[in-house]
Design a protein around this ligand. Structure first.
Ligand code: ADP
Ligand code: MG
Length: 258
């Protein structure tokens, strides 16, 4: 890929291979994996368990370095994490000794704000995440779903240009997950972010994404690309759209062949 082609993209993976461990314990998680994510694009990664979805997010976050190949963010090759990227993990990673408000205020961009602004941002996101009244609680005093919402509030409040999300709604009940998807779409459309969202849920991928990349089983590669050209905002009605049902069955059969 040339430099000019790369410049249209926010995130680029160039022939990335990722091997964990050494010798006979070595596991090749990704094999010659190339992909790119456009600025302000909402991309979903869909694939069977163990195919390397989380590995891709950790590489984009800069927590891992590829065994071979390279990862570029904003045209620059990355060698570690940065404030341009926020990540939401599958399981919350809140600080147990910090209250909800302290956890939400933790991000480096939040810390750079004057006290008053930081407080108002914490309140804004507490409200958005339906957590008002719990700002003084500790994570252990919250349900699993609430803990995950605090993690989401922390990532959103820090307002990174790129959000990397690893099955962030998987631990929520169906109704809360639906509300969180709608809220995420609102934040994405109002604040123009680039999002890479990992899921194994076809409906979730179609609801959210501009484009879905389907991965092969391990070692992971991009097997197929689906453009989701359903109009936005997408709400309940889109489930009865015939293009939705077609996409859904095409994805299902591609996934089942994995
Ligand atoms: P997914 O998120 O799609 O379920 P992962 O990216 O977590 O997949 O893992 C891909 C493969 O890499 C898996 O087969 C897993 O066993 C292996 N793997 C992931 N993390 C590690 C690690 N830290 N050490 C060794 N192997 C790992
Ligand atoms: Mg995973």
């Amino acid at each position: 890929m040339t430099l000019t082609e790369r410049s249209a993209h926010k995130i680029v993976f160039e022939s990335v291979t990722m091997v964990y461990g050494l010798g006979e314990l070595a596991v090749k998680a990704l094999d010659d994996c190339s992909l790119s994510v456009g600025a302000n694009e909402f991309l979903c990664l869909l694939g069977p368990s163990g195919c390397g979805k989380s590995t891709i997010l950790h590489l984009a976050a800069g927590f891992l370095t590829p065994s071979t190949g390279a990862v570029f963010i904003n045209k620059r090759r990355i060698y570690g994490p940065g404030t341009d990227r926020g990540i939401v993990f599958q399981k919350h990673n809140l600080f147990p000794w910090k209250r909800v408000e302290g956890n939400i205020a933790f991000g480096s961009r939040m810390q750079a704000l004057p006290e008053k602004e930081r407080r108002s941002k914490v309140n804004e996101y507490l409200d958005l995440m339906e957590l008002s009244g719990f700002e003084r609680h500790y994570p252990s005093q919250l349900s699993q779903g609430m803990q995950q919402r605090v993690s989401l509030a922390r990532a959103y409040a820090n307002e990174p240009e790129i959000l990397l999300m690893d099955e962030p709604f998987a631990s929520l009940d169906a109704q809360t997950a639906m509300r969180m998807r709608e809220l995420l779409l609102r934040i994405w459309s109002e604040r123009r972010k680039t999002i890479v969202f990992v899921t194994h849920d076809i409906d979730e991928a179609i609801h959210l994404a501009d484009r879905v990349l389907l991965m092969t089983s391990r070692p992971g590669r991009i097997k197929k690309e689906f453009l989701i050209e359903l109009s936005r905002p997408r709400s309940w009605e889109f489930y009865s759209d015939s293009r939705y049902t077609e996409l859904r069955s095409a994805m299902r059969s591609a996934l089942l062949n994995e």
